[in-house]
Write a protein that binds this ligand. Structure first.
Ligand SMILES: [Zn+2]
Length: 100
């Protein structure tokens, strides 16, 4: 006996891929988004969320930024990473009383 899947239950990656494949096939065959989602065994709201997630770029792309401590350009891992390894290392090495 197969249990009926609740509308917004989380899907595994494999289930998601299979549903998206069926959905795109149905869309290519001329079905409406709603009908295609239903024939893929899911809901158009779920499909849209998946497609949004796939279209969202990775949040933190490493890029070159100027160090706030010494102004050299270094490879910054994310927007909060504004000190070069040398400066962040120097701050970490300060006696605790200096940063109090
Ligand atoms: Zn620096």
């Amino acid at each position: 006996m197969t249990a009926r899947r609740p509308r917004f239950q989380r899907y595994t990656d494999a289930e998601r891929k299979a549903a998206l494949r069926k959905y795109r096939k149905a869309r290519a065959a001329g079905k409406s988004p709603t009908a295609a989602a239903r024939s893929a065994g899911t809901d158009i709201a779920v499909i849209e969320r998946w497609e949004d997630e796939a279209a969202t770029p990775v949040k933190f792309t490493p890029r070159d930024r100027a160090c706030l401590g010494c102004s050299i350009t270094f490879r910054s891992a994310h927007p909060g990473n504004r000190l070069c390894p040398k400066c962040s290392g120097a701050i970490a090495a300060l006696p605790a009383a200096w940063s109090a």
